[in-house]
Write a new protein. Sequence first.
Length: 179
Amino acid sequence: MAWSKVPEEGSSQAGEGPGRVVTGERVARLGPSLVVKGTLAGDEDLLVQGRLDGEISLRQNRVTIGESGRVKADVYSKSICVEGEVNGNLFGEEEVVIRRSGKVRGNVTAPRVTLENGAKFKGSIDMQPGSEGKDTESAKAGKGKANAPARSAAPVDRKNASGDAAETASAKQSAGGAA
């Protein structure tokens, strides 16, 4: 890997917009001809133009998957920008940006997610990480009724049930009765 304090002109890291590596900081680069297998961890920003299979863990830094970058890994970072291809889950502490040239197959977890027009994405997006546990804890403590509507609106499998049984179950639930 090579270090650079100033980005090259035309590089995918120039600029200070969302998902871009800030100019003037040290950036580790994985060049287009390099292939890495395993876990990549550290304390600097990363630009991936080559191939990486495994895991990227740069939780306090930015990761940019350049247009020629091909990653088969889960990525844990403060900010993630995808311009190439990622097969794996993305965990951004601040944001995840998938550019128009980006292709992601995996789940995204971040408070801010941007999908540009033309970006290819298959997976789920969670923009409230950890909120499920809070709702469950408050419901168990009796502080809220977060689960009450879900209990009264339990799904009924109408395809496998006869019409009368499905209607009876639905009527009991809407009346608040227990089966």
